[in-house]
Design a protein around this ligand. Sequence first.
Ligand code: PGA
Length: 257
Amino acid sequence: MSKRPCIIAANWKMYKTLHESKDFMRAVLPKLSGVQAEVLIAAPFTSIAAVAAMAEESSVQIGAQNMNDASEGAFTGEVAAKMVKDAGATFVILGHSERRKLFGESSELVNLKLKRSFEEGLRPIVCIGETKEDRMSGKIEEVLGDQLSKSLSGLNPDQAKQVVLAYEPVWAIGTGDVATPKQAQETQKFCREWVQKTFGEEVASRMPILYGGSVKGSNAKELLEMEDIDGALVGGASLKPDSFLEIVQAVPVNVSA
Ligand code: PGA
């Protein structure tokens, strides 16, 4: 059983207009008192300010799904860390596999964004994960080791302590093909051991490592019961109030936020 606080993070991706985002908050916020988890919602940029204002009196944290690595500048269409912070975000998802695959983001760029997130005081959720081919060819540790060493390069232990890691096998994202608790546990244990070798025991024992990929109400509990699974990053099932609440309510009672 995990000794760390449990985090349930919603990743709304490119879903929800402002109106829909507010409707979700109205439905979910009153039902979150007394939950066993820290609840995070990564909203589209256009909804951050409004949902952050709605969440102000609650313990729910609002965040962004991406940001640019520069402080500011002539980067048409991009959004800076300080802008999302100012809008009310407290965290940011970095290096999601959709960013890596569809927008060509490298681990080196994730590392630049990570350093910027520290400068602006945003808590980073750094995503890593292998493809089906990597898994089939026995390359999980090689691929994840490479993503970890490049994405988390140059951090001091104090910075490393602020990182939330999200293990999201690419083959499990949006497919319904969830990793078994054993598969996720084995891989997340490898990640924690990597963190321990790189940043030391204190960082490794405190770092939350989330699992993401087809998490839903019916499979959340058995995943969250595993030693090295400290929470979930949830896409599809975070879009409807009921399916999201089902996951939040599945958090085992002896795992506390
Ligand atoms: P999913 O997405 O829950 O829809 O598989 C997870 C994610 O992309 O973070």
